[in-house]
Structure formats: structure tokens, C-alpha cells
Design a protein around this ligand. Structure first.
Ligand SMILES: Nc1ncnc2c1ncn2[C@@H]1O[C@H](COP(=O)(O)OP(=O)(O)OP(=O)(O)O)[C@@H](O)[C@H]1O
Ligand SMILES: [Mg+2]
Length: 430
């Protein structure tokens, strides 16, 4: 599934970047081509109009005569030639310094006369553009320059644009090569990014799947308890409730387990949905801690524990009392559950300017090094967990850590086996 997603992201990335590259490169190429073409046409026009104003050596066709005072204008030197053609398509004049053969001039004239008024052609291995105009001569009459069209004659100006065609071709090749190289680089980068961006999603997905599997598995136990006991109850329909109290009691245990589990799952879901934490209020964290410790006094006494509490005097803070006490309760509940009989539990709360640090330490078998990184995972229970009894799910620390995160704090754990286990809950006060 994620392979398919990665491929999709990759294809999408490549399509978009190829499109953008194509548009950018085409724009550059077309703009350059437009500029070069416009430049060539301007040069062509310049040659054409300067030729129209030129006097012989061209022989003037018909009975037209050359006026000695005709203005002579020379165009910038550009590799070009001009053909004068009569109405029978005969070349009557050639103005060229280029060493083309008569057959080549003829071929050029034929192509130009058969084509549009301006166009391009390849002649003698070079690229040319041409322009067909009516043939005009210029002369001075009565002190004024007069331009006259010579009826039946046309002039065709040819301009050598091999260099600019070459420039355009090499530009196209460069753009293609750069484009291909960029696509290869973009492919590699996209592949890497697609892989990296999908990895956390895949991990979260796997975690979620594992979570659903674990939750279903955990729900099965109380359901089995209830179903089995219900069957016994139904099998003895005629008996009194009193006489069936054992089965009913068992069903109650199942219901309690299920209720505890669903409450935990719900609170995890609520926390992760990003629901607002509620209103901040001022409360004394020391009082909260003492209240939770005394609420579990019975369990502590049953195990003959020594409880050492060290609270800083000034612990009034602005925050979320319910959530903060839930974290401490989870840590203290674990300490009571996993401490050795007649062991010791120490609770120490200190406060710096902005940070409150609440440490809960207990003696006992501790947590193996291999288990330590996993104890915050949902449904994870280390080997020592049988000490906690069957009523535990391995959700306490996962929920506590999530709450701590929501409060902008964290929980750290360290443990030396058969010695001391310490959990430290640190959170900001404002
Ligand atoms: N103070 C502790 N001493 C030793 N082991 C601990 C301690 N706290 C947690 N653990 C280990 O970490 C595991 C995870 O703890 P967590 O509180 O998440 O689950 P739990 O206590 O087993 O179940 P739940 O809290 O859902 O009732 C426990 O099963 C236990 O193995
Ligand atoms: Mg717990």
C-alpha cells in the first residue's frame, strides 16, 4: 500500500517538475528564437531597403535610366545577395559578393518565387531567409529623391542566417541536455523525499494497526468472561439470583475490566484528537500529590511500604489540574504496583522558576534495559508486569506520556534492576 503511495507521490512530483521545466525551457527557447528571428527580419528589411536605393553597377531593366545623382546608401555588411527577376522569372540582375554558382542563384529564386513573400531555405549548405519585394529604383528629379517601382520586376533579398540557426540549435541541445540532467537529479531527490515523507506515515499506520489489534485482543478477555458466565447463568434458569451470585460476580469483573479499558482508550483517543485542554486554573500541585498518595494508602499498607514524600512548600501553579494529577496518579499507581513488598517509594517535587519536576522512585525488581525504551508504548507490559496483576493493560504510561506532551512536558524513566526505578515528570508552569 505504501509502495503504491510512494510511486504515486513520485509520479506526481516528476509530472509537475517536468511540466514546470518544459514550460520554463520552452519560454526561454521561444523568446530567444523570437528575438533572433525579429533581428534577422530587421536585417533583411535593411538590406532590402538599402538595395532599393542603390545605383548601378546593376543594369537597370527596360528603358529606365540611371540618374548620376541617385543617392547611394550601403547597408551594414551582412552575408546577403539580391536577385532582380522579371515577369518571366528570368534573373535580370544579381548583386552578390558571395561565390554562389548561377544554378544556385536560380534555385534560390525558384524557391522564393514559389513560396511566400518571406521565408527560409537551405542553399549551398547554409541557411537563408528571403524577402520578395517589388523592384524599385531611386533617383533625384528636381532636387527630390523619387522612388519608383519598376513594373513587372521584383527583387528578392537573401540573408545568410546560418549562424543564428546554429546558435538556436546549440541552445536547443543545451536545454535538452540540461533538462534531462535536471530530471535525473529531480527523480533522485523526489525518490528520496517520497521515501522519507512516507516513512513516518507508514510507521504511524503500523502502530495504529497494532493498537487496534491489541485493543481488540484485550477486549476479548472480559468478553469471554462475560459470555462464559452468562452461559452458565442461562443453563440454570430456574435457580435464584442468590444461588447464581458467583457467576454474576464474575460477569461484574468482566464488565469492570471492559469499562476501565474503554475509558482508557477513549481518553487516549480524545487526547490525540487535539481536543482543547480546557481552562487553566490555579492549583497547589503539592495538595494534589498528597491527595493521590493518601487515596492509595490502603494498597501501600497492604504491602507494608515506606513512603517518603518531599514536597517544596511553594507549589501553586497555573495549569490543568485534572490532567496533571492524572499523570502523577499513573506514575504513583505503577510505583505501588511494581514495588517490592516492604519496599520504599519516594516522591520528590521541586520547582525552579518555570519548571516543576516530580520524581517518583520505588525499590523493586525494576525494568530490564531492553524493556525500558518500550514501556511508553501502548499495551506494552514488561516481564515484571505480572506483579501488577491481571487488571493492567499497559496503557497507563502511554496515556501519561501523551498528557505530559499536551502539557508541554515529558516523562523520563530510568531503572537499575533489583534496585531503584525512577520516573520523572517535568512540566512547565505557565
Ligand atoms: N515503577 C515501575 N517499576 C517497575 N516497572 C514499571 C514501573 N512502571 C512501569 N513499569 C513497567 O512498565 C510497563 C508499562 O507500564 P504502564 O503503566 O503503561 O502499564 P501497566 O501498569 O502494566 O498497566 P496500566 O497502567 O494500564 O494499568 C508495566 O507493565 C511495567 O512492566
Ligand atoms: Mg500502570
Amino acid at each position: 500500500m505504501f509502495k503504491k503511495l510512494r510511486r504515486k507521490v513520485l509520479v506526481l512530483n516528476l509530472t509537475v517538475t517536468t511540466g514546470v521545466l518544459l514550460i520554463a525551457f520552452s519560454a526561454v527557447y521561444l523568446a530567444t528564437m523570437g528575438m533572433i528571428n525579429a533581428d534577422n527580419l530587421e536585417r533583411l528589411d535593411r538590406v532590402a531597403s538599402s538595395f532599393q536605393l542603390r545605383p548601378p553597377p546593376l543594369p537597370l531593366p527596360g528603358d529606365m535610366e540611371y540618374d548620376e545623382t541617385t543617392t547611394i546608401l550601403t547597408a551594414d555588411y551582412v552575408p546577403s545577395f539580391v536577385l532582380v527577376i522579371d515577369e518571366r522569372r528570368t534573373i535580370t540582375g544579381v548583386d552578390s559578393v558571395l561565390g554562389l554558382t548561377p544554378a544556385e542563384y536560380r534555385e534560390a529564386a525558384e524557391i522564393a518565387l514559389d513560396g511566400a513573400t518571406t521565408g527560409g531555405l537551405v542553399l549551398s549548405g547554409r541557411t537563408w531567409v528571403y524577402k520578395v519585394d517589388p523592384f524599385m529604383v531611386a533617383r533625384i528629379s528636381g532636387g527630390r529623391i523619387i522612388h519608383e517601382t519598376v513594373p513587372g520586376y521584383s527583387q528578392i533579398v537573401f540573408l545568410d542566417v546560418t549562424d543564428s540557426a546554429k546558435t538556436l540549435r546549440s541552445m536547443l541541445t543545451t536545454l535538452l541536455l540540461v533538462g534531462i540532467a535536471m530530471l535525473v537529479i529531480i527523480y533522485c531527490i523526489s525518490y528520496y523525499l517520497a521515501k522519507r515523507s512516507i516513512e513516518p506515515v507508514a510507521q504511524a499506520w503500523d502502530k495504529q494497526r497494532q493498537f487496534v489489534a491489541d485493543a481488540s485482543h484485550e477486549l476479548r478477555t472480559p468478553l469471554t468472561i462475560m459470555t462464559t458466565n452468562y452461559s452458565v447463568l442461562v443453563a440454570n434458569r430456574d435457580e435464584t439470583v442468590e444461588s447464581q451470585s458467583e457467576w454474576l460476580e464474575n460477569m461484574k469483573v468482566g464488565m469492570d475490566r471492559m469499562s476501565r479499558l474503554t475509558t482508557s482508550l477513549l481518553s487516549l483517543a480524545r487526547l490525540e484528537s487535539g481536543a482543547p485542554l480546557g481552562e487553566k486554573q490555579s492549583f497547589d500541585f503539592g495538595v494534589t500529590v498528597s491527595r493521590i498518595i493518601s487515596s492509595m494508602e490502603v494498597s501501600a499498607q497492604a504491602k507494608a511500604l515506606t513512603i517518603v514524600v518531599d514536597l517544596e512548600p511553594e507549589l501553586v501553579i497555573d495549569g490543568y489540574e485534572d490532567l496533571t494529577s492524572q499523570v502523577f496518579a499513573a506514575l504513583y499507581d505503577n510505583a505501588i504496583k511494581y514495588v517490592n513488598d516492604a519496599g520504599t517509594i519516594e516522591v520528590a517535587v521541586t520547582r525552579t522558576k518555570k519548571l516543576v519536576s516530580c520524581a517518583v522512585r520505588n525499590t523493586g525488581p525494576g525494568i530490564a534495559e531492553a524493556d525500558l525504551p518500550q514501556i511508553f508504548d501502548r499495551f506494552y507490559r514488561a516481564d515484571n508486569a505480572r506483579m501488577g496483576g491481571d487488571s493492567s493493560y499497559g496503557l497507563g504510561l502511554a496515556i501519561a506520556q501523551t498528557i505530559a506532551g499536551e502539557l508541554g512536558g515529558k516523562i523520563t524513566a530510568q531503572s537499575s534492576e533489583n534496585d531503584l526505578t525512577e520516573f520523572v515528570f517535568t512540566f512547565e508552569t505557565a
